[in-house]
Design a protein around this ligand. Sequence first.
Ligand SMILES: Nc1ncnc2c1ncn2[C@@H]1O[C@H](COP(=O)(O)OP(=O)(O)OP(=O)(O)O)[C@@H](O)[C@H]1O
Ligand SMILES: *[C@@H]1O[C@H](CO)[C@@H](O)[C@H](O)[C@H]1NC(C)=O
Ligand SMILES: *[C@@H]1O[C@H](CO)[C@@H](O)[C@H](O)[C@H]1NC(C)=O
Ligand SMILES: *[C@@H]1O[C@H](CO)[C@@H](O)[C@H](O)[C@H]1NC(C)=O
Ligand SMILES: *[C@@H]1O[C@H](CO)[C@@H](O)[C@H](O)[C@H]1NC(C)=O
Length: 671
Amino acid sequence: MFIKLILFFLLSQTLRSSSQILTYNGFNPPTDISLQGLATVTPNGLLKLTNTTVQKTGHAFYTKPIRFKDSPNATVSSFSTTFVFAIYSQIPTLSGHGIAFVISPSPALPYALPSQYIGLFNNSNNGNDTNHVFAVEFDTIQSNEFGDPNDNHVGIDINGLRSVKYSTAGYWNENNKFQNLNLISRKLMQVWINYDKLSNKIDVTMSPYGSDKPSKPLITYVTDLSPVLLQDMYVGFASATGSVISEHYIAGWSFRLNGEAPSLTSSNLPKLPRFEPRRISDFYKIGMPLISLFLIFSVISLAFYVARRRKKFEEELDDWETEFGKNRFRFKELYHATKGFKEKDLLGSGGFGRVYRGILPTTKIEVAVKRVSHDSKQGMKEFVAEIVSTGRMSHRNLVPLLGYCRRRGELLLVYDYMPNGSLDKYLYNNPERTLDWKQRSKIVKGVASGLFYLHEEWEQVVIHRDVKASNVLLDADFNGRLGDFGLARLYDHGSDPQTTHVVGTLGYLAPEHSRTGRATTATDVYAFGAFLLEVVSGRRPIELHSESDDTFLLVEWVFGLWLRGNIMEAKDPNLGCDGYDLEEVEMVLKLGLLCSHSDPLARPSMRLVLQYLRGDMSLPELTPLDLSAGNGMNLGGREGFSGIAMSYSSSVFNGFTGVSSIADSLLSGGR
Ligand SMILES: Nc1ncnc2c1ncn2[C@@H]1O[C@H](COP(=O)(O)OP(=O)(O)OP(=O)(O)O)[C@@H](O)[C@H]1O
Ligand SMILES: *[C@@H]1O[C@H](CO)[C@@H](O)[C@H](O)[C@H]1NC(C)=O
Ligand SMILES: *[C@@H]1O[C@H](CO)[C@@H](O)[C@H](O)[C@H]1NC(C)=O
Ligand SMILES: *[C@@H]1O[C@H](CO)[C@@H](O)[C@H](O)[C@H]1NC(C)=O
Ligand SMILES: *[C@@H]1O[C@H](CO)[C@@H](O)[C@H](O)[C@H]1NC(C)=O
């Protein structure tokens, strides 16, 4: 009876001491859990033993001691534990280190090493029986120093990392067939560890999470744990990272002395994170193709950009041009100078092309860039040679040509910029801008001097071919400067010699020029004559009145006034000149008529014209009859000029108003 009582007492004692049960379906909040090292609890309740920091340990212990023995010398109680874990490796084919369930004399393993030591031991205490540590390792690295069979195994460790028994991770299915489990698969796996104090049998069983506990354990090992475990022990988990980083998660855990560990409630277990490994796989699956696509796209667009740029700035350069190197501009330079040939910087457009204002990027010189379209390659060499040679001309009454650039179908000429624009803008009764006689006289003398330079002072005779008010540009001091010289030649060269086109401007064309198509210094003088009359009278050489079908010819009109004895009526009312000037005005009008003589031989040379204008020589006393006599006509002067009217037959020029360059019409017909 007494013995029975004692037995009962002992039994109840045993029951009392064995009442230690712990269950964690998720670890949030981490009640009675001590987290050490890298270990944390994620907001959704996962016990995260390690993060991606390398060569560190992570521990989690139940903070209260567990009484495994009733007395220090008693046999150890039976125990059972189950937990659900997963290992995430950053690199799917390569793992970091493992995870271990541990029973230890203290709730911390501060001296334990990471890496292959899995946070359980260090190199000096490994294997020492004084450790009193029991562990089940889930090892993902093969450490030959501890006799590991492979990099995916489960082992029972007693006081050291050299497992007393181990097996490749996996389970025996219901057909008694072994199924491998990949520890680093990032999938949840469940583990059961049971110790039976009567049989001294340790069973370790595992399976994919969600399936039933396999009936056949993975490892069975028989040993009495009584010498290993002390009376009071702490239970928990250890894990470690090495150089290859991996994360270790425990989703749920239960433990019980002397009985089966409570099963975990699957619905309460926290979900595994998706982010870390997803980020890697997303990077490979989506990121990489996206990045390569982006790279390919960038390369293609860069190639397009370069090609377009090439095309945009493409130039033509022939061997013969090397000698003109210093006169040649890069198209790119001109493009930048004019800010891409913007409409805003367009100075005007004439018969040969559009003129843009610009500033040369290197020298900051203000320039006017003329874009002349030109299809024919033939004759280009001579033309460019001439342009370059005229570029060497230097005369204060010529617009300086700085250089050229040649592209497909296009020639660009670079001139000094003339701040006051072209003379035509100040004529034709323009009340906003007008010039008094002093200014006009200076311009006329200047232009005469420039034309004389072309005809006689330059090393070869240069015929301007397009003398007219719009080709006279005014510099800052209102000096008249001839522009566009030699440009008309481009079209003469380019065209068939059999059908020489007449290039020039209606109203300035000498009658014999339109007949024979030959330009001479005398045809320039003729145009200069028209120019003189234009400047004095402020009227265009030809005005076509479309409504009345009348053609106003300036030469005829002035000549008519002279015949009637009142030539001074021809002067521009805006001249504002005094008595002394009137003489000069009259002289210039008469000189204009003389230069406009229909007989080229009757026209003075530019040398003579210049002398008359400068007053170095006085104009011979002329009567209207003198001019007509010079033409070999006895019917009076008018006939001397009627040729002009006939050569400008209205059938050709019908519909035109005002003076327009016939270069356009002839050229467009010629192409
Ligand atoms: N060097 C320059 N400096 C300032 N403006 C200029 C210069 N060259 C030309 N321009 C301006 O550009 C306009 C167009 O010039 P362009 O010489 O092409 O035409 P145009 O003389 O009227 O006709 P054409 O081409 O038949 O001679 C001129 O009216 C002038 O205002
Ligand atoms: C890992 O956890 C430790 C401790 O919580 C922290 O100091 C460290 O910054 C974490 N490392 C990373 C990479 O998140
Ligand atoms: C336990 O065993 C040791 C030796 O094995 C002995 O010295 C000690 O007295 C025993 N303690 C009790 C309470 O039996
Ligand atoms: C190893 O761990 C033990 C405690 O278990 C400690 O006393 C010892 O100093 C450690 N050795 C090293 C080298 O860290
Ligand atoms: C085991 O550890 C104890 C105490 O730490 C020490 O005295 C003993 O020498 C160690 N044994 C071996 C074999 O290293």
